[in-house]
Design a protein around this ligand. Structure first.
Ligand code: MV4
Length: 457
C-alpha cells in the first residue's frame, strides 16, 4: 500500500498530481527548485522540499537529491509526471531496488520501449502493422541501399535511441542515402549513446494518432480511445483532440485492439500511449510507445470520464482495474490547446516574465489546467508550457464553438503566449473541417510569412 507520494515534477503536472493525491486522501510531498519557490503547486502543497538550484540537472533530474527527499519525508512512492525522469529506466530501477514504488511502468517496460527499433520488433511479434522497412537496425551500407531500393523513396532514417521526432532524417533521393545514414548514425551515437538506426518508408502528410491505455499487474488492459495529435510545430504538439475527426468506429476498434495487443505482449503495466501514423488512405502503422503520463491526457479524461492520474495511482498500488473495456465509452468531443510562454511572432522564442494579468475562462465544457496566477513569474529555466485549455462539447462543432468563446475570455498579459495562434487556427478551413495533417501549422505559418513579405513589397 502506498502511504505517501513524492511528486517529482513542477508546473501544471505537479499541480495535477497533487490534486489527484488530495482527492484520494493520499499524503503527498512536492519537490521544488529554488526557481519554483513561488509556484502555485508549491503554495498549495502541505509538505514540500527544496531539492536544488534552478538548473534541472541539479534539481528535478538530481537523483541523489530526490532519494534524500524520499528518505527525509518518509515517502514510499514517487510520481515522475512527464519529462525529467519519467522515462529514465535506470531511475525506475533504483526505485524498484530501494523499495520505492515508481508510479509508472517497470524499468524493463521503459527500457524495452525506449529502444524504438526493439519496440518496432515487438510490435511485429504482437501482430501490429508497421511501415515497410527493416525490423532490425541497419547493419551495413549495402543493406541500407538494397532496402531503400526495394521499398522506394522517400524513406526515413530513425535513431533507435531517439523518438518523438528526435534523430530522424528524411531521404528523398538515392544519392543522399549513404551520407545521411552516416550522419544519422554519428548524431545518434552522440545524442543517445546508441548508433543504431532503422529505416522505413516515409509517409507524406500523415496524421499522428495515439491510443491511451491503462494496464494492471494482472494482465487486464483497457484502451481509452484515441487522440489526434497531428497539430504540431517542430515535433511539439500544440493542439490535441478526441475523438479524431478521421477515425471511424471500425478504425477505433482496430486501433484499440492493436494497442491492447502490444501492451499484453510486452507485459506492460500502468498508463501508457501507443502512437500510430495514419496515411491519407486511412492505413494504420505502429510508430512508438510512450511509457509515461502525457501532457494531453485530459483530452481522454474528458471524453471517457476516467481520471487517468487517479487510475495510475490505483494501478501503482497494485489494485485491479476497476472497469473493463466494455465499460469504456467515448462521449462527445474534447480539444486541448497547449499554452506556451513563447512568442509566435518571433519564431516561438521563449517569453518568460511576470504574469501581470490573468483572466481564466470558465463556463460549460471548459477546463483550464495551469499553475499560473496573477503576479506569478514564469521562470526561464524550464519547458515553456504554462497551461492547457481543454474544451468539450456534445460533438466537435460544439467543442470548437466553446474553444472560440474560451479563447475570447482568456487573457494572459506580461508574457507572450501561443494563444493568438489558436485564434488564427479557428479561422483555418483545414482545422475546422478536421482535414489536417502533421504539417498544417507549419504550412499555415509559412504562408502567413510570405503573405506579410508580399504585402511589404
Ligand atoms: C514518420 C513520418 C512519416 N513517415 N515516419 C515524428 C515523431 C515520431 N513519433 C514519428 N514521426 C514521424 N514519423 C514515417 N515513416 C512522419 C513523422 C512526423 C513528422 C515528420 C516530419 C516533419 C514533421 C512531422 C510531424 C509529425 C510526425
Amino acid at each position: 500500500m502506498i502511504k505517501k507520494i513524492l511528486i517529482a515534477n513542477r508546473g501544471e503536472i505537479a499541480l495535477r498530481i497533487w490534486r489527484a493525491c488530495t482527492e484520494l486522501n493520499i499524503p503527498s510531498v512536492l519537490v521544488f527548485s529554488t526557481a519554483d519557490r513561488e509556484s502555485l503547486p508549491v503554495r498549495l502543497a502541505g509538505e514540500k522540499v527544496c531539492i536544488g538550484p534552478p538548473s534541472s540537472l541539479d534539481s528535478y533530474l538530481n537523483i541523489p537529491a530526490l532519494l534524500s527527499a524520499l528518505e527525509v519525508t518518509g515517502c514510499d512512492a514517487i510520481h515522475p509526471g512527464y519529462g525529467f525522469l519519467a522515462e529514465n529506466a535506470s531511475f525506475a530501477e533504483i526505485c524498484e531496488e530501494s523499495g520505492i514504488t515508481f508510479i509508472g511502468p517497470t524499468a524493463e517496460n521503459i527500457r524495452l520501449m525506449g529502444d524504438k527499433a526493439e519496440a518496432r520488433q515487438n510490435a511485429v511479434k504482437a501482430g501490429l502493422p508497421i511501415l515497410p522497412g527493416a525490423v532490425k537496425p541497419i547493419k551495413t551500407r549495402e543493406e541500407a541501399r538494397a532496402l531503400a531500393r526495394r521499398i522506394g523513396f522517400p524513406v526515413i532514417l530513425k535513431a533507435a535511441g531517439g523518438g518523438g521526432g528526435r534523430g530522424m532524417r528524411i531521404v528523398r533521393d538515392q544519392k543522399d542515402l549513404l551520407p545521411m545514414l552516416e550522419a544519422c548514425q554519428n548524431e545518434a551515437l552522440a545524442a543517445f549513446d546508441n548508433p543504431e538506426v532503422y529505416l522505413e518508408k516515409f509517409v507524406e502528410r500523415p496524421r499522428h494518432i495515439e491510443v491511451q491505455i491503462l494496464a494492471d499487474n494482472y494482465g487486464q488492459v483497457v484502451a481509452l480511445g484515441e487522440r489526434d495529435c497531428s497539430l504540431q510545430r517542430r515535433h511539439q504538439k500544440l493542439v490535441e483532440e478526441a475523438p479524431s475527426p478521421v477515425v471511424t468506429a471500425r478504425m477505433r476498434s482496430r486501433l484499440c485492439a492493436y494497442a491492447r495487443r502490444l501492451v499484453h505482449h510486452i507485459g506492460y503495466r500502468s498508463a501508457g500511449t501507443i502512437e500510430f501514423l495514419v496515411d491519407s488512405r486511412q492505413n494504420i502503422y505502429f510508430m512508438e510507445m510512450n511509457t509515461r503520463i502525457q501532457v494531453e491526457h485530459p483530452v481522454t479524461e474528458t471524453v471517457t470520464g476516467v481520471d487517468i492520474i487517479k487510475e495510475q495511482l490505483h494501478l501503482a498500488n497494485g489494485e485491479r482495474l476497476a472497469f473493463s473495456q466494455r465499460q469504456v465509452h467515448i462521449r462527445g468531443a474534447a480539444i486541448e490547446c497547449r499554452i506556451n510562454a513563447e512568442d509566435p511572432a518571433v519564431n516561438f522564442r521563449p517569453s518568460p516574465g511576470t504574469v501581470n494579468r490573468l483572466l481564466v475562462p470558465g463556463g460549460p465544457g471548459v477546463r483550464f489546467d495551469s499553475h499560473l496566477y496573477q503576479g506569478y513569474r514564469v521562470p526561464p529555466y524550464y519547458d515553456s508550457l504554462i497551461g492547457k485549455l481543454i474544451v468539450s462539447g456534445r460533438d466537435r462543432r460544439e467543442a470548437l464553438e466553446r474553444l472560440r468563446r474560451a479563447l475570447m475570455e482568456l487573457e494572459i498579459d506580461g508574457v507572450k503566449t501561443t494563444v493568438p495562434l489558436y485564434r488564427k487556427l479557428l479561422d483555418h478551413a483545414g482545422f475546422l473541417s478536421g482535414k489536417y495533417y502533421v504539417g498544417l501549422i507549419e504550412t499555415m505559418l509559412e504562408k502567413e510569412q510570405s503573405d506579410e513579405s508580399a504585402a511589404g513589397q
